[in-house]
Design a protein around this ligand. Structure first.
Ligand code: FES
Length: 109
């Protein structure tokens, strides 16, 4: 486990998000009221890019089938639907984030 520098705080204003690739993984970074969070970007249902979804406060809506994830924890807040049936979706992995001297680091395996 090591912390990897992925961006600077200047790259990510309050209420915004950023997609980064670390070690071949796409990670979604977000700034919620000045706090930074990181979760897997690729939706574990069918691979939707959460970065392309709508952000509402501390939540993001998968653009493919509408599952709603908490950006702070990666937890599913609401399962999306496919042909009127709720999809089977798990929580997204979240990563510890630390800020040092204006740099954003996330802990990777
Ligand atoms: S791909 Fe995200 S809910 Fe289906």
């Amino acid at each position: 486990m090591e912390f990897v520098k992925v961006a600077t705080t200047k790259d990510l204003s309050k209420g915004s998000r950023l997609k980064i690739t670390v070690g071949g993984k796409d990670i979604l970074l977000s700034n919620i009221n000045g706090e930074y969070f990181a979760i897997d970007n690729k939706c574990n249902h069918m691979g939707g890019s959460l970065y392309d979804g709508q952000m509402e406060g501390d939540k993001i809506i998968c653009p493919k089938h509408g599952s709603v994830f908490n950006l702070k924890t990666g937890k599913v807040e609401e399962r999306g639907k496919l042909f009127f049936i709720k999809v089977k979706v798990e929580d997204q992995r979240s990563y510890p984030v630390k800020i040092d001297d204006g740099n954003i680091y996330i802990e990777m395996d």
